[in-house]
Design a protein around this ligand. Structure first.
Ligand code: 13P
Length: 257
């Protein structure tokens, strides 16, 4: 049985004070003792340290929104895996559609980052997802196949223990348009079959596949209730403690049912 995983991608939002306050509210709302759901927040990099001091010792894990594949040197503006570990991150989001489509990052570039993050000891949330034009041209499966192949190029079966996949259809990100539960389930099922093909059925069964794209408290239960949806990567709704907590609560309820 895969554990639900609810991750908040704060993107380039909040102030230091607001990030600390949000993390404080989330930590306070986490159930005491063992939680049946894994929870992570990914603040903008200047706020990793202050948020780390709030989440330390809690069940809320700290993630980064990106990392570079070189370990040090003349790479102005970039942040290494070692630096992220040093400030308390356990995970990193890689291949987010905004990095692919706003910043022009390729599958190959994403694959190098995935490889470096895993080698350095960070868990990876690898994002994949098609544009609206690609969906309309019935290219969703082939786009996902290409992004998976590039992102996981040098990742072996063992390293896959530290990888989570996030399916984020680009047309559903920040638009208020959510993929229907059927659309999400069908893409997740395709991704799981891809994992079985590339690795084996054990890797396919244990790898968590999150859905991302306008997840809100009102649609969380239905999306998370799909057999191949193992969690959510939440953008906008992760910036409000009450909304994010309600999504976590939906996962807790499903985990107990
Ligand atoms: P929204 O939840 O704002 O649509 O963002 C989704 C996302 O991109 C999470 O990584």
């Amino acid at each position: 049985m895969r554990r639900y995983f609810i991750a908040g991608n704060w993107k380039m939002n909040l102030t230091r004070a607001a990030a600390e306050a949000l993390a404080t509210d989330l930590v306070a709302a986490m159930p005491a003792g063992d939680s049946p759901v894994d929870v992570l927040v990914a603040p903008a990099s200047p706020y990793l340290l202050p948020v780390a001091s709030v989440t330390a010792g809690s069940h809320v894990e700290l993630g980064a929104q990106d990392a570079y594949f070189e370990s040090a040197g003349a790479f102005t503006g970039e942040v290494s895996v070692e630096m992220l570990l040093d400030v308390g991150c356990t995970q990193v989001i890689l291949g987010h559609s905004e990095r692919r489509h706003v910043l022009g990052e390729t599958d190959e570039f994403t694959g190098k980052k995935v490889e470096a993050a895993l080698a350095g000891g960070l868990k990876v949330i690898l994002c994949v997802g098609e544009l609206l034009s690609e969906r309309e041209a019935e290219e969703t499966d082939s786009v996902l196949d290409r992004q998976m192949a590039g992102g996981l190029k040098n990742v072996d079966e063992r390293a896959m223990e530290n990888v989570v996949i996030a399916y984020e259809p680009v047309w559903a990100i920040g638009t208020g348009k959510t993929a229907s539960p059927d659309q999400a389930e069908s893409a997740h099922d395709h991704l799981r079959k891809w994992l079985a093909n590339r690795y084996n059925s054990e890797v396919a069964d244990r790898t968590r596949i999150l859905y991302g794209g306008s997840v809100k408290p009102e649609n969380a239960s239905e999306l998370l209730g799909q057999p191949n949806v193992d969690g959510a990567l939440v953008g906008g709704a992760s910036l409000k403690a009450d909304l994010f907590n309600a999504i976590i609560e939906a996962a807790v309820e499903l985990a107990g049912s």
